[in-house]
Each structure stands twice: as structure tokens, then as C-alpha cells.
Design a protein around this ligand. Structure first.
Ligand SMILES: *[C@@H]1O[C@H](CO)[C@@H](O)[C@H](O)[C@H]1NC(C)=O
Ligand SMILES: *[C@@H]1O[C@H](CO)[C@@H](O)[C@H](O)[C@H]1NC(C)=O
Ligand SMILES: *[C@@H]1O[C@H](CO)[C@@H](O)[C@H](O)[C@H]1NC(C)=O
Ligand SMILES: *[C@@H]1O[C@H](CO)[C@@H](O)[C@H](O)[C@H]1NC(C)=O
Ligand SMILES: *[C@@H]1O[C@H](CO)[C@@H](O)[C@H](O)[C@H]1NC(C)=O
Length: 262
């Protein structure tokens, strides 16, 4: 899990320049002729898609079909179990360290009392014009372990067993996890109800990143919601075959998960 933290730090400290350099490199190699493109990323990369998506669209020919997908990047502005704003403080420090406040969406920052909240997709999503697909687990393991129950919020280790094995969670801990799920659903209510071109796939797995491995993306035993794999759902949305917004039933009802926790 520490890996993802490193990923964020290493990737985005010069992220804006790296992004720009990669796009400039790819354009003459054929990206400038693309008629279909999908920008996606997972974890910190999934979060980063929200910052670059519209820029990506503007870079490509007007005639191209451009869409963006975030996998496990829908980090919530959530309080930890001691009601501390662990996630917000963490990202606030990151924004200041890297000086990325100026890259946040202006329409979003000008509408908020705390402009830096626009780092969180729940606030910035409404200002993105490109069609989006949000893929996330409602019990995302990274957020569970680092934002909802960071070690600083559990000095006595009451959560140690639950964090390793959800079947060892106490009823109260399950209630807290369901509260996290509810918050994610609340934060996506508008998108769910009103985004005509958006896609959504929220499953109830203890997972983190489900699009980058064939196992969880499109295999006979891959996770399914309404009997649809992630690949089928994303395909239906990307190619406009069907509206794709699915929300799984709450834990422990889904027996198709590939849980990172046993
Ligand atoms: C995309 O972002 C880069 C780097 O911030 C900027 O230089 C470029 O002009 C943007 N491209 C478009 C088409 O907006
Ligand atoms: C952002 O603001 C600009 C200028 O005020 C406006 O033209 C644009 O439509 C806005 N975009 C969104 C997504 O609200
Ligand atoms: C809340 O967070 C602050 C800073 O992140 C930390 O110093 C403090 O110890 C935390 N308090 C609790 C009760 O976790
Ligand atoms: C689920 O989908 C598979 C193939 O994708 C199909 O064979 C099966 O009949 C479906 N099951 C149900 C209950 O619809
Ligand atoms: C579109 O989705 C609905 C609801 O999930 C389903 O009943 C229908 O069969 C789908 N249509 C196609 C063409 O896949």
C-alpha cells in the first residue's frame, strides 16, 4: 500500500511537465490522428485523470471520441474514525508541497470556500466536460486503510483484524464501513442521476484497482454486478451500447469479488 503513496509523490511532483511531455511525444506518433481515445489510470493515476481529462480532449482532434476512466481514483473527502480530516490534511500538504493549487479547475476553486477541496473528484467532477466512467470499490482498500482508519486513528489496534480480514470485523466496524459506502454513493448521487454521458461501476469488493489485470477485468470468474463484468460495463459505456451505471448491493452480498483481503 505504501507503494501507492510513492506513486503519488514521484508521479505528480513534476506531473504537469511529465504529462505535457508525454502528450507532445505521442501526438506525432499517431495520437493526433486518433478517432477514439480513452484516458485511464488507477489509484493515484485514477485521481490524476480528473486533472488532465479535459486537457486531453482539447489536445485531440475535434472529431475524435474522447472519454476518461478513473479506476480506484475516487478518493473521498472523508473523515477518519476519530472524525479527523486525515485525507484532507494529507492532500492539503501534497498540494502545498507540489504547488499544484494553480492547476486545479478554476470554475471549481472559485465556487468553494476551501478551494483546495477541488483536488477531490467529488467536487471537481461536475466541472469536467468530457464523458467520464467512475470505477471504484465502495470499500476501496487503500482508502479504508489510509483515510478511514489510518494508524494514527487506531493507536490501540482495534481495527487490526478487521483491516486484514473483513469477516473479523465487529458489527460496529461493519457499520462504519457501510457509512463509508453511503458517503461514496451520496457524493455520486448527482452524477448517477443526471450525467447522461457518464458511466459508473461501484462494486462491493475489498479491492483497489480492478481494470488493469485480466483477472478482475474480463475473465470467466471476474467480479460482476448485475452479471456484468467491468470490461462489459466499460465497453457498453465507451461504445454507447447501453447506459452503464451500476451499484452493487452492500457487503457481504457479492460473491464474485477478488478481495485483496481474505
Ligand atoms: C494542456 O496543458 C498543458 C500543460 O499545462 C498546456 O500547456 C496546454 O496548452 C494544454 N493544452 C490544451 C489544448 O489546452
Ligand atoms: C468554466 O468557466 C468558463 C468561463 O467562466 C465557462 O466558459 C465554462 O463553460 C465553464 N465550464 C464548466 C464546465 O462549467
Ligand atoms: C488528528 O490529526 C492531526 C493532524 O493530522 C494529528 O496531529 C492528531 O493527532 C490527530 N488526532 C487524532 C485524535 O487522531
Ligand atoms: C451471466 O452472463 C453469462 C455470460 O456473460 C451468461 O452465460 C449467464 O447465463 C448469465 N447469467 C444470468 C443469471 O443471467
Ligand atoms: C441494457 O441494459 C439493460 C439494463 O441493464 C438491459 O436490460 C438491456 O438488455 C441492455 N441492452 C443491451 C442492448 O445490452
Amino acid at each position: 500500500m505504501e507503494l501507492h503513496l510513492l506513486e503519488i509523490l514521484c508521479f505528480t511532483i513534476k506531473g504537469q511537465r511529465i504529462w505535457h511531455a508525454i502528450i507532445l511525444d505521442l501526438l506525432p506518433k499517431g495520437l493526433n490522428l486518433a478517432n477514439k481515445a480513452l484516458l485511464s489510470g488507477c489509484s493515484a493515476g485514477g485521481l490524476a485523470t480528473f486533472f488532465h481529462c479535459d486537457n486531453f480532449t482539447r489536445t485531440l482532434p475535434k472529431t475524435a471520441t474522447v472519454k476518461c476512466l478513473s479506476d480506484a481514483g475516487f478518493f473521498l473527502d472523508v473523515r477518519d474514525v476519530t472524525l479527523n480530516h486525515t485525507a484532507r490534511v494529507f492532500y492539503e500538504n501534497l498540494i502545498n508541497l507540489q504547488g499544484i493549487g494553480k492547476y486545479l479547475d478554476k470554475n471549481c476553486t472559485s465556487s468553494r470556500y476551501y478551494p483546495h477541496q477541488c483536488f477531490f473528484p467529488q467536487y471537481s467532477l461536475a466541472y469536467i466536460a468530457t464523458p467520464y466512467f467512475i470505477l471504484n470499490s465502495v470499500y476501496d482498500v487503500y482508502q479504508f486503510h489510509h483515510h478511514l482508519v489510518p494508524p494514527s486513528a487506531d493507536l490501540h489496534g482495534y481495527w487490526n483484524h478487521c483491516k486484514i480480514r473483513p469477516t473479523s470485523c465487529t458489527p460496529n466496524q461493519i457499520r462504519i464501513l457501510q457509512g463509508f459506502r453511503s458517503q461514496m454513493l451520496r457524493d455520486l448521487t448527482f452524477f448517477y442521476g443526471f450525467s447522461k454521458r457518464g458511466g459508473l461501476y461501484l462494486n462491493s469488493c475489498f479491492a483497489h484497482c480492478q481494470s488493469e489485470s485480466q483477472d478482475t477485468w474480463f475473465a470467466p470468474d471476474s467480479p460482476r454486478v448485475n452479471n456484468k463484468t467491468i470490461a462489459e460495463a466499460v465497453g457498453d459505456w465507451y461504445f454507447g451500447r447501453n447506459v452503464t451505471k451500476v451499484v452493487d448491493c452492500p457487503y457481504p452480498c457479492d460473491n464474485t469479488c477478488h478481495n485483496l483481503l481474505s
